[in-house]
Write a protein that binds this ligand. Structure first.
Ligand SMILES: [Zn+2]
Length: 237
Protein backbone atom coordinates (compact mmCIF):
# COMPACT_ATOMS: atom_id res chain seq x y z
CA UNK A 1 0.00 0.00 0.00
CA UNK A 2 2.83 2.33 0.88
CA UNK A 3 4.53 1.60 -2.40
CA UNK A 4 1.30 2.17 -4.34
CA UNK A 5 0.62 5.49 -2.66
CA UNK A 6 4.21 6.55 -3.29
CA UNK A 7 3.93 5.58 -6.96
CA UNK A 8 0.68 7.52 -7.29
CA UNK A 9 2.14 10.67 -5.75
CA UNK A 10 5.16 10.37 -8.04
CA UNK A 11 2.89 10.22 -11.12
CA UNK A 12 1.06 13.35 -10.00
CA UNK A 13 4.38 15.06 -9.41
CA UNK A 14 5.46 14.19 -12.93
CA UNK A 15 2.42 15.82 -14.50
CA UNK A 16 2.68 18.84 -12.20
CA UNK A 17 6.30 19.37 -13.19
CA UNK A 18 5.23 20.06 -16.77
CA UNK A 19 3.60 23.27 -15.54
CA UNK A 20 7.03 24.87 -15.23
CA UNK A 21 7.54 24.73 -19.02
CA UNK A 22 6.40 27.61 -21.18
CA UNK A 23 6.50 26.00 -24.64
CA UNK A 24 5.65 22.64 -26.17
CA UNK A 25 9.14 22.27 -27.64
CA UNK A 26 10.82 22.84 -24.24
CA UNK A 27 8.68 20.10 -22.65
CA UNK A 28 9.50 17.68 -25.43
CA UNK A 29 13.22 18.46 -25.27
CA UNK A 30 13.30 18.04 -21.47
CA UNK A 31 11.54 14.69 -21.61
CA UNK A 32 13.75 13.59 -24.53
CA UNK A 33 16.82 14.42 -22.38
CA UNK A 34 15.39 12.33 -19.54
CA UNK A 35 14.85 9.42 -21.94
CA UNK A 36 18.42 9.79 -23.21
CA UNK A 37 19.73 9.78 -19.66
CA UNK A 38 17.68 6.63 -18.97
CA UNK A 39 19.24 4.94 -22.01
CA UNK A 40 22.74 5.92 -20.83
CA UNK A 41 22.12 4.47 -17.36
CA UNK A 42 20.70 1.28 -18.86
CA UNK A 43 23.71 0.95 -21.17
CA UNK A 44 26.10 1.40 -18.22
CA UNK A 45 24.31 -1.23 -16.15
CA UNK A 46 24.14 -3.76 -19.00
CA UNK A 47 27.65 -2.72 -20.18
CA UNK A 48 26.43 -2.08 -23.70
CA UNK A 49 27.78 0.73 -25.94
CA UNK A 50 26.49 4.17 -24.99
CA UNK A 51 23.74 5.70 -27.18
CA UNK A 52 24.34 8.66 -29.49
CA UNK A 53 24.28 11.87 -27.43
CA UNK A 54 21.83 13.95 -29.40
CA UNK A 55 18.15 14.89 -29.40
CA UNK A 56 16.96 13.28 -32.62
CA UNK A 57 13.47 13.41 -34.15
CA UNK A 58 12.88 9.84 -32.97
CA UNK A 59 13.69 10.82 -29.38
CA UNK A 60 11.35 13.81 -29.62
CA UNK A 61 8.59 11.48 -30.90
CA UNK A 62 9.26 9.14 -27.96
CA UNK A 63 9.03 12.15 -25.66
CA UNK A 64 5.59 12.98 -27.11
CA UNK A 65 4.43 9.43 -26.33
CA UNK A 66 5.79 9.73 -22.80
CA UNK A 67 4.02 13.08 -22.24
CA UNK A 68 0.75 11.54 -23.50
CA UNK A 69 1.16 8.75 -20.95
CA UNK A 70 1.81 11.26 -18.17
CA UNK A 71 -1.33 13.21 -19.10
CA UNK A 72 -3.33 9.98 -19.21
CA UNK A 73 -2.12 8.89 -15.75
CA UNK A 74 -2.91 12.28 -14.25
CA UNK A 75 -6.30 13.06 -15.85
CA UNK A 76 -7.82 9.79 -17.09
CA UNK A 77 -6.97 7.35 -14.36
CA UNK A 78 -10.48 5.84 -14.00
CA UNK A 79 -11.07 5.78 -17.75
CA UNK A 80 -7.70 4.13 -18.27
CA UNK A 81 -8.57 1.35 -15.80
CA UNK A 82 -11.91 0.78 -17.59
CA UNK A 83 -10.29 0.68 -21.03
CA UNK A 84 -7.56 -1.61 -19.74
CA UNK A 85 -10.19 -4.00 -18.34
CA UNK A 86 -12.13 -3.90 -21.63
CA UNK A 87 -8.96 -4.75 -23.55
CA UNK A 88 -8.09 -7.66 -21.28
CA UNK A 89 -11.72 -8.87 -21.03
CA UNK A 90 -11.99 -8.40 -17.23
CA UNK A 91 -14.90 -6.93 -15.29
CA UNK A 92 -14.81 -3.16 -15.38
CA UNK A 93 -16.59 -0.11 -14.07
CA UNK A 94 -18.50 1.36 -17.06
CA UNK A 95 -17.70 4.89 -18.17
CA UNK A 96 -20.32 7.63 -17.89
CA UNK A 97 -22.45 7.47 -21.03
CA UNK A 98 -23.07 10.81 -22.68
CA UNK A 99 -19.86 12.37 -21.37
CA UNK A 100 -17.60 14.14 -23.86
CA UNK A 101 -14.97 11.46 -23.26
CA UNK A 102 -17.35 8.54 -23.87
CA UNK A 103 -18.64 10.09 -27.13
CA UNK A 104 -15.13 9.85 -28.60
CA UNK A 105 -15.30 6.05 -28.53
CA UNK A 106 -11.87 5.88 -26.82
CA UNK A 107 -9.53 2.92 -26.95
CA UNK A 108 -6.05 2.02 -25.74
CA UNK A 109 -3.37 1.63 -28.39
CA UNK A 110 -0.37 -0.70 -28.22
CA UNK A 111 1.72 1.88 -26.34
CA UNK A 112 -1.02 2.43 -23.73
CA UNK A 113 -2.15 5.83 -25.01
CA UNK A 114 -5.85 6.71 -25.07
CA UNK A 115 -6.94 7.58 -28.61
CA UNK A 116 -10.15 8.60 -30.37
CA UNK A 117 -11.99 5.64 -31.89
CA UNK A 118 -14.52 6.00 -34.66
CA UNK A 119 -15.22 4.20 -37.91
CA UNK A 120 -12.21 5.28 -39.94
CA UNK A 121 -10.21 2.13 -39.22
CA UNK A 122 -9.99 1.17 -42.91
CA UNK A 123 -9.18 4.67 -44.13
CA UNK A 124 -5.63 4.82 -45.51
CA UNK A 125 -4.40 7.99 -43.78
CA UNK A 126 -1.88 8.60 -41.04
CA UNK A 127 -2.85 6.82 -37.82
CA UNK A 128 -2.34 9.95 -35.73
CA UNK A 129 -4.91 11.80 -37.85
CA UNK A 130 -7.32 8.86 -37.92
CA UNK A 131 -7.09 8.19 -34.18
CA UNK A 132 -5.72 11.30 -32.44
CA UNK A 133 -4.52 11.27 -28.82
CA UNK A 134 -7.15 12.50 -26.35
CA UNK A 135 -6.01 15.44 -24.20
CA UNK A 136 -8.22 17.07 -21.55
CA UNK A 137 -8.96 20.79 -21.74
CA UNK A 138 -7.95 21.53 -18.13
CA UNK A 139 -4.35 20.50 -18.64
CA UNK A 140 -1.18 22.57 -19.03
CA UNK A 141 -0.09 20.34 -21.93
CA UNK A 142 -3.31 21.21 -23.81
CA UNK A 143 -2.54 24.92 -23.44
CA UNK A 144 1.04 24.40 -24.63
CA UNK A 145 -0.22 22.44 -27.65
CA UNK A 146 -2.72 25.14 -28.57
CA UNK A 147 -0.09 27.88 -28.24
CA UNK A 148 2.44 25.88 -30.30
CA UNK A 149 0.08 25.12 -33.20
CA UNK A 150 -1.44 28.61 -33.09
CA UNK A 151 2.05 30.02 -33.66
CA UNK A 152 2.84 27.40 -36.32
CA UNK A 153 -0.14 28.60 -38.40
CA UNK A 154 1.07 32.22 -38.09
CA UNK A 155 -1.57 33.33 -35.55
CA UNK A 156 -4.59 32.32 -37.62
CA UNK A 157 -8.05 32.10 -36.11
CA UNK A 158 -9.88 29.52 -34.04
CA UNK A 159 -10.87 27.15 -36.88
CA UNK A 160 -7.47 26.90 -38.55
CA UNK A 161 -5.67 26.45 -35.21
CA UNK A 162 -8.12 23.68 -34.17
CA UNK A 163 -7.64 21.92 -37.52
CA UNK A 164 -3.86 22.13 -37.20
CA UNK A 165 -3.99 20.53 -33.73
CA UNK A 166 -6.13 17.64 -35.02
CA UNK A 167 -3.99 17.23 -38.14
CA UNK A 168 -0.98 16.74 -35.87
CA UNK A 169 -2.61 13.91 -33.94
CA UNK A 170 -4.17 15.56 -30.85
CA UNK A 171 -7.82 15.77 -29.88
CA UNK A 172 -8.33 18.28 -27.09
CA UNK A 173 -11.72 17.94 -25.38
CA UNK A 174 -13.35 21.38 -25.65
CA UNK A 175 -10.66 22.48 -28.08
CA UNK A 176 -12.52 25.42 -29.60
CA UNK A 177 -13.11 27.10 -26.22
CA UNK A 178 -9.46 26.66 -25.19
CA UNK A 179 -8.21 27.97 -28.55
CA UNK A 180 -10.45 31.03 -28.12
CA UNK A 181 -8.98 31.69 -24.65
CA UNK A 182 -5.41 31.35 -25.91
CA UNK A 183 -6.09 33.67 -28.86
CA UNK A 184 -7.64 36.25 -26.51
CA UNK A 185 -4.48 36.18 -24.38
CA UNK A 186 -2.09 36.20 -27.38
CA UNK A 187 -0.18 39.51 -27.58
CA UNK A 188 0.57 39.17 -31.30
CA UNK A 189 -3.09 38.57 -32.16
CA UNK A 190 -4.10 41.52 -30.00
CA UNK A 191 -1.69 43.77 -31.90
CA UNK A 192 -2.74 42.44 -35.31
CA UNK A 193 -6.50 42.42 -34.74
CA UNK A 194 -6.94 45.45 -32.53
CA UNK A 195 -8.93 48.19 -34.30
CA UNK A 196 -6.87 51.41 -34.19
CA UNK A 197 -8.64 54.09 -32.18
CA UNK A 198 -9.89 56.99 -34.30
CA UNK A 199 -8.93 60.47 -33.01
CA UNK A 200 -11.82 62.75 -32.10
CA UNK A 201 -12.24 65.35 -34.82
CA UNK A 202 -12.63 69.04 -33.97
CA UNK A 203 -15.75 71.07 -34.84
CA UNK A 204 -16.25 72.05 -38.47
CA UNK A 205 -15.30 75.59 -39.45
CA UNK A 206 -17.96 78.29 -39.79
CA UNK A 207 -17.55 78.39 -43.58
CA UNK A 208 -18.58 74.74 -43.79
CA UNK A 209 -21.64 74.89 -41.60
CA UNK A 210 -23.21 78.31 -42.35
CA UNK A 211 -25.59 78.54 -45.26
CA UNK A 212 -25.20 81.31 -47.81
CA UNK A 213 -26.15 81.85 -51.41
CA UNK A 214 -23.43 81.69 -54.06
CA UNK A 215 -21.25 84.75 -54.92
CA UNK A 216 -22.25 86.57 -51.77
CA UNK A 217 -19.85 88.79 -49.80
CA UNK A 218 -18.55 87.29 -46.62
CA UNK A 219 -17.02 89.70 -44.21
CA UNK A 220 -14.76 87.39 -42.21
CA UNK A 221 -13.46 85.71 -45.32
CA UNK A 222 -12.74 89.01 -46.99
CA UNK A 223 -10.60 90.06 -44.01
CA UNK A 224 -8.42 86.97 -44.27
CA UNK A 225 -7.84 87.27 -48.02
CA UNK A 226 -4.67 89.13 -48.97
CA UNK A 227 -4.67 91.74 -51.64
CA UNK A 228 -3.42 90.43 -54.95
CA UNK A 229 -2.75 92.61 -57.92
CA UNK A 230 -3.14 91.14 -61.38
CA UNK A 231 -2.09 92.74 -64.65
CA UNK A 232 -3.83 91.72 -67.81
CA UNK A 233 -2.23 92.69 -71.11
CA UNK A 234 -4.34 92.72 -74.23
CA UNK A 235 -2.89 93.02 -77.68
CA UNK A 236 -5.23 94.23 -80.41
CA UNK A 237 -4.01 93.74 -83.96
ZN1 LIG B 1 -1.80 34.76 -31.77
Amino acid sequence: MVLLSKAKSFDCLEADRLKSFSTWFKVKRAIALCLLWKEILRARVTKNPLPVMDISIERLSEAEVEISKMVKRHHFEEEFESLKAIKSGDKFKPMKKGSSFHKLDPFLDQKGIIRVGGRLGRFSIDRNVKHPVIVPKKCHVAELLVRHFHESVAHQGRGITSNEIRANGYWIIGCSVLVGKVINKCDTCRKLRNVSSQPKMSDLSTDRVETCSPFTYHKERAQRVKEIWCFVYMYVI
